[in-house]
Design a protein around this ligand. Structure first.
Ligand SMILES: [Zn+2]
Length: 212
């Protein structure tokens, strides 16, 4: 994402608890759950921009890391308040291609594989990576997002991401939301992304201490 003289840094989350353990230098996961073998690079033409809540970036099982490893066209910006996204907002204004926000707000239109007509022109997709409550806060604090059309995804019941199953506010992962959207917008094969998610889930279930 470099144009109009505005450059955005790709934020690489550093998990403070992971630093204590041995990390893979490529994927950033602990060596025992390294995911490099499962990463298959995916070329995406729709520009993916993730607004990531700072707490989410520190979560070891965050799925945006996986998207960062696999997608060719993705930018992650951490923050909560409008001031955190000033540079992004300037960038979006300077390069005004058709943009949509994927967040279930009141004004959101249902987005599905059948919604090609509405989505045909979307060249840039913005997602919020946070719990529902945090995501709501980010939306409320960033009125500039309302400049763009909003879509909600029909993924609400069927998230396959079960690592945080005690945390009911996550019904599907950001990875699934992005994979579904790219599959709809540009007929991208979501399989490599979903496989990566499956691998992460399997690895963590294997190493997760038994609880509950
Ligand atoms: Zn690795």
């Amino acid at each position: 994402m470099r144009s109009a003289g505005v450059s955005l840094r790709l934020s690489v989350p550093v998990d403070s608890c992971l630093v204590m353990r041995k990390q893979c230098p490529n994927c950033g996961y602990p060596v025992q759950t390294c995911l490099c073998h499962a990463v298959q690079p995916v070329t995406n033409y729709t520009e993916v921009i993730i607004l990531q809540h700072p707490k989410e970036s520190r979560h070891a099982k965050n799925t945006v890391r996986l998207l960062n490893l696999a997608l060719s066209n993705i930018t992650v910006i951490r923050g909560k308040l409008a001031v955190d996204f000033t540079e992004l907002e300037q960038y979006l204004r300077a390069d005004p291609k058709p943009t949509a926000v994927f967040y279930p707000a009141e004004q959101s239109t249902e987005f599905s594989h059948g919604a090609e007509k509405a989505s045909a022109r979307i060249k840039r997709a913005i997602f919020i990576d946070a719990s529902w409550k945090q995501a709501y806060g980010i939306w409320q604090n960033n009125a500039w997002l309302n400049r763009y059309p909003f879509f909600k995804l029909p993924l609400h019941q069927s998230g396959q991401y079960t690592i945080r199953n005690s945390d009911l506010e996550y019904s599907f992962s950001t990875l699934e939301a992005v994979a579904y959207t790219l599959a709809s917008l540009e007929q991208l094969d979501p399989a490599p992304l979903l496989r990566l998610l499956n691998t992460l889930t399997a690895q963590w279930q294997r190493f997760l201490p038994q609880r509950d």
